[in-house]
Structures are given as C-alpha cells and as structure tokens.
Design a protein around this ligand. Structure first.
Ligand code: HEM
Ligand SMILES: [Cu+2]
Length: 629
C-alpha cells in the first residue's frame, strides 16, 4: 500500500486493512519529506534544538561584552572577523546579536520548536487520529520553517551583518535601509524569513485546529481531552488570529523600505538630509506588532502549561486539580491576551485614559494565570510524587512562572512601568516568565515523551544534573537583573559603564555572565544525553510512566497510522489516577467503566460529568438486565 493510501483513510475509525507499513520507503520519503506527524515532530524538535544552541551561543557572545566592557579578546577577532575588530565585538554587531538571539528564541525555538514538536507528536496520538487533517500541508509547514531558519541565519553572511533593531524591529531602524548597518540587507532577510515563518505557523495551526475539531476518536469529546491538547489547540487559535496581523505590519514596512510609502515614517532627517516621508507614524507599527506580540508570549507559554499539567498529574499519581478551571483559564487567557497589547506602549505618550484601560485588562489577565498556578500547587499537594526529570522540569516551570509573573503585575501598572520600561527589570521579567518557564515546560515534554518519540529512555542521572544546574543558574542569571532595572540600568546598551552611576553593576554583570556560561555548558550535557539515548538508551516499554492517555496505547515501534488495528475507543477522562477502590493507581482512558466496578464511586466524577452520565447509563442497564432474569 502506498503512503498516500494511508492518508486517504486517516481519521476513519474503522479500518480493516491493518497498518503494517514497514514496506520499503525511500530514505527521502521516510526521514526527509515525511508526512508522518511523528517524524515531522522530530524534525521540528531537532531544528528547534539546533536553533536554541545557536541563539544560546549568540547570548554568550554579548554577555562577554557586558562582563568585560573594557577588555579585548583576540580570539573574538579570529572567530568573528569584521564583526569583532580589535578583539571586541563592535557596537553594531552587539545590537545584531541581541536582535537575532531574541528573534530565534521567541519565534524559532519557543514558537515553532515547542508547538511544532508537541502539537505534531501529541495531537493525533492523544485524540486518537491516524495523522493530521492534512499531512501534506503539515510537511510544508516544517519546510517553510526550515527555510525561514536558513534565511534568518544567512544574514550573518551578508556584508553588513544581520538585522539589528531588536526582535520587535521598530521603525525607523527597520524602515530606513540606510539608518544603520543592521537596517540594510540583514533587515530585508529578517522580514523575508518572518513572512515564511508565519506561513509555516499558519499551515501548522490550521492543521492542529482542524485535527482536534474533526478527527477525535469515538468517545473523545472535548471534555475528555488531555490538557496538553487543550493548550496546543488554543495556542493554534491564538496564532491563527494574531500572526496575520504581523504579516500585514511587515508588508507595510516592506513598502516603506522599498516603495517610498510613509506608513510608519514622518519628518526624518538622515545625515543632515531631510527624507521625503510625511504623515506616517512609528506608533502604528507598535500597535500592529504588539497585537501579535502580546498573544505571542502566550503562544509561547500555553503549550508549556499544558505539558506541565500533564506531567505533573501523571507523576503525582493524582487527577489534575480543577480540570475544568484549567481549561476555562486557558480560554480566558486566549481571549484576554488580545486586549492588553497597549501595556507594551505605556511610554509612547498614549492618552492616559487609554493607558488606564490597558492597565485594567492587563491586570485581569493575572487572574486566570493565578488560577492555573493554584491548581498546579493543589495537584502536587499530598500527591504520591515521582520525581522523574520530566516532573522536576514541570515543577521548575511553575516556579519560574510564579517568580516571573509577579513582576508582570508591577509592569502592568502604567505609573510604575514608565520608570521600569526598557530597563533590565523588563529583561528579568520576560526571561523568567517566558525564557525560563517556557523552556522548562519544553524540556519537561522532551524528557516525558522521549520514549514515545525514540522508543528508548533518556539517562535519569544526567537528567537530574541537567535540571539542578539549569534551574540554579537560570535564577542566578535573571534574578539580579531586577535590581539593576530598579536602579535604572537600560537594556540593549553596549557600554553601560560609560555612565558613572552604573559602574557599580559591573561585578554583578560579570557574575551573571559566568552563571550564563555554566548554564550553557550544562546544555551540552543535555545534548549528549539526548543524542546518545536516541541510539543507545535503554529500550522503552510501551507505557513507561503508567499514564492514562492514548499515546501510550500505540506500539513502541512507530508505524504509519499509529495503531496497528482499530483506533481505540475512549470512555473516561485522562486523569483517573489513584481512584479509591481501583486495583491499580491508574486507569487508561480506553478502559470502560464496566471493567472497574469497584472504583466507580460517584464522588470520583465530581470533575467529570460525562463519566457520571456513562455510569448512570451503565447501572440502569445492569438493573434492567437483573429484572429480566
Ligand atoms: C501576570 C501576567 C503578566 C503581566 C501583567 C505582564 C505585563 C507585562 C508588561 C506591562 C510588559 C511591558 C514592560 C515594558 O516593556 O515596559 C511586559 C513585557 C513582557 N512580557 Fe509580560 N506580563 C505578564 C505575563 C507574561 C507572560 C506569561 C509572558 C511570556 C510567556 C510575558 C512575556 C513578556 C515579554 C517577552 C515582554 C517584553 C517584551 C519586549 O521585549 O519589550 N509576560 N509584560
Ligand atoms: Cu504583553
């Protein structure tokens, strides 16, 4: 049977042909242009990891400048050539490093790497589908992402170097090709790369949404979906609604750059020459950017939230606390995140009344965030906790989300933000809440689903080492930045020691840089564990974590179509752990209530009305049968 034939009946619940597709497939169709969602997930993961390593190295480079602003390192010139003349990174290149580091981390690692990996791996497996709604478009989504990555990196090889307007590419730096070195071809490549990236996200997102809506197996109603699926589903909706606005903004920017329009520019003098732009406004770009930009930060964190919820429930051997509240708070975040973007623009001189409106909506978004945090802690409470590396990373995610989220409340107050804006306080806030929390969620997912992806286990001891070193170093790196920010140290400054009042922060900066270097070295230990385990790890059993969800009912050896026979039917929600009266401490979603009579106590269904209904139906048939006898 050809590969295509498999997709023809993907999603049908009955399928008599079986799915032993270990027939010859060429290397290209199996590993490169694969349409199997599991392979595409691995492609996203490996590309995401590669991009993360690159972005991490870029950050170490600019941290060296911050730690030793007056020293020279001839090695830098050897490595970077014209970008680091005389043993020091040039100011232009410093800004390019910051820009590309941010862009890659936010979009390529935490958006594509995180959603792309886990939505592809988990959506079909956890909802019980043979593949995505459109496997072909799914493949295209990966290849657009790959192309976008290559183009973004290729900007290191153009004459003046990569874009350097910050990851938010505000005009005028991004709109005037002559403004600075990073406004030239580097910026053009940034814009092209971003358009491809958005196309990739949209193709992925549309697939995720339609698969969740249309291809769930029998019995998998929305309230029986695992929280990872809810999170990935709502993330995809956010992306579909927000990313097109960025593209619109970028297209207008391209017009300003090359066609001579003035959407974002007005009254600009460049090298003493009055430019012909009039009537435009750079603030318009900020509105368009942050209409995507704020939802984007939730696009980054919501999959991490879903993954952590899942991992924490499995490893506490307890139902997730407040399943419905967890879903409603995700929905709340999805809706609210579209009406808070102005909090990034408090200092643009917006009308104080409008500022007040954005301030209120911003602070309201802290409510669903707090609901989630409370539920995670309640899930852990009195759990029979298994401290697997995945579990540690999930708990770490919660820790960073709390410590980074709290400063959001400070920044959300317009009056406070005017002082803190563009200082290291903001850098500390978003690195804790987005950088660290989302990365920890992603790593929790990697450790948890590695056996599903590669059929082998990762080394636990190395996992613990990885967790503790990364956890400690992340706090050492980002916590001190709050104090620098409160003292007024601005972000994105190449030579902050020029200001006498800031010189006292030099020691702290050196300390932070060394913590960052240790954190970076630790990640190579993780990479070693990851790649060696793919080939040499201990063989995984089918359900190594004793989990309830559907993905663990598929064979360890991957096969196209996921299940060799029929797709299993789902009877219960995914969190039946440690039910009183049950023989084992977990009951997979595929086990009907009729097989677990000793544990079908009504109070178990408090959070699961659908289950209660099924139980009622079942007991009434039992009674009816009895009467017949
Ligand atoms: C309690 C919830 C949150 C509140 C009230 C909040 C508030 C804010 C505010 C007001 C700013 C603007 C600061 C400035 O530039 O002066 C900001 C920046 C930022 N926040 Fe949050 N935040 C929250 C949660 C999050 C989450 C969950 C993420 C990511 C997952 C995040 C990521 C960011 C990022 C990336 C920036 C910096 C953007 C830039 O480069 O300018 N925030 N936050
Ligand atoms: Cu925001």
């Amino acid at each position: 049977m050809s590969t295509l034939a498999v997709h023809d009946h993907a999603g049908t619940h009955h399928d008599e042909h079986g799915h032993e597709h270990h027939h010859d497939q060429s290397f290209l169709s199996k590993y490169v242009f694969s349409m199997d969602h599991k392979m595409i997930a691995k492609q996203f993961l490996i590309t995401g990891i590669t991009m993360a390593v690159i972005a991490m190295i870029l950050s170490i480079l600019f941290r060296i400048q911050l730690a030793y602003p007056d020293k020279t390192f001839p090695l830098l010139t050897t490595l970077l050539g014209r970008f680091a003349p005389n043993g020091r990174i040039s100011p232009d290149f410093y800004l390019a490093l910051v820009t590309i580091h941010g862009t890659i981390m936010v979009f390529f690692v935490l958006t594509a790497g995180l959603s792309g990996t886990f939505a592809n791996l988990l959506i079909p497996l956890q909802v019980g589908a043979r593949d995505m709604a459109s496997p072909f478009m799914n493949m295209l989504s990966y290849w657009f992402f790959f192309l976008a990555s290559v183009i973004m990196l290729s900007s290191f090889f153009v004459q003046k170097g990569p874009a350097s307007g910050g990851w938010t590419i505000y005009p005028p730096l991004s709109a005037l090709p002559k403004a600075m070195p990073g406004s030239g071809e580097g910026m053009t490549l940034w814009l092209i790369s971003m358009v491809l990236f958005v196309a990739s996200s949209l193709m992925g997102g549309i697939n995720y949404v339609s698969t969740v809506l249309n291809m769930r197996t029998k019995g998998m109603d929305l309230w029986k979906m695992p929280l990872t699926i809810w999170a990935l589903f709502l993330t995809a909706i956010l992306g579909i609604l927000a990313f097109p606005v960025l593209v619109a903004g970028v297209v207008l920017l391209i017009f300003d750059r090359s066609v001579g329009t003035s959407f974002y520019l007005s009254d600009i003098v460049l090298n003493g020459v009055q430019q012909p732009f009039e009537g435009g406004s750079p603030i318009l770009f900020q509105h368009l950017f942050w209409f995507l930009g704020h939802p984007e930060v939730y696009i980054v964190i919501m999959p991490a939230m879903g993954i952590s919820s899942e991992v924490m429930s499995v490893n506490s051997r307890k139902p997730i606390f407040g399943y419905h509240a967890m879903v409603y708070s995700l929905i709340g975040i999805t809706v609210l995140s579209f009406i808070v973007w102005g909090h990034h623009m408090f200092v643009t001189g917006m009308n104080p009344f409008l500022g007040g409106v954005f301030m209120i909506t911003t602070l309201i978004i802290a409510v669903p965030s707090a609901v989630k945090t409370f539920n995670w802690l309640a899930t852990l409470w009195r759990g029979n906790i298994r401290f697997t590396p995945a579990m540690l990373f999930a708990i770490g995610m919660v820790s960073f989300f709390i410590s980074g989220g709290l400063t959001g409340i400070f920044l959300g107050n317009a009056a406070l933000d005017i002082n803190l804006h563009d200082t290291y306080f903001v850098v500390a806030h978003f690195h804790l809440v987005m950088g660290s929390a989302a990365i920890f969620g992603m790593l929790a997912g990697v450790y948890h689903w590695f056996p599903k992806m590669f059929g082998r286990m990762m080394d636990e001891k190395l996992g613990y080492l990885h967790f503790w070193l990364t956890f400690i170093c992340a706090y050492l790196v980002f916590f001190p930045m709050h104090f620098m920010g409160l003292d007024g140290v601005p972000r994105r400054y190449y030579a902050f020691t020029e200001f006498a009042s800031m010189q006292k922060w030099l020691t702290i900066n050196t300390f932070v840089t060394w913590a960052a270097i240790i954190a970076a070295l630790t990640q190579f230990g993780f990479l070693y564990n990851f790649f060696v385990s793919i080939f040499k790890g201990q063989k995984a059993t089918q359900n190594p974590w004793e989990s309830n969800t559907l993905e663990w009912t598929t064979p360890v050896e991957h096969l196209h179509g996921n299940w060799p026979g029929e797709i299993p039917t789902v009877y219960r929600w995914p969190y039946d752990y440690s039910k009183p009266g049950a023989e084992e401490d977990y009951i997979p979603q595929t086990v009907p209530y009729s097989q677990t009579m000793s544990s079908n106590l009504p109070h178990d269904f408090e959070d699961n009305p659908a289950g209660l209904e099924e139980l009622n139906k079942f007991t009434s048939t039992l009674k009816a049968n009895e009467q017949v006898k």
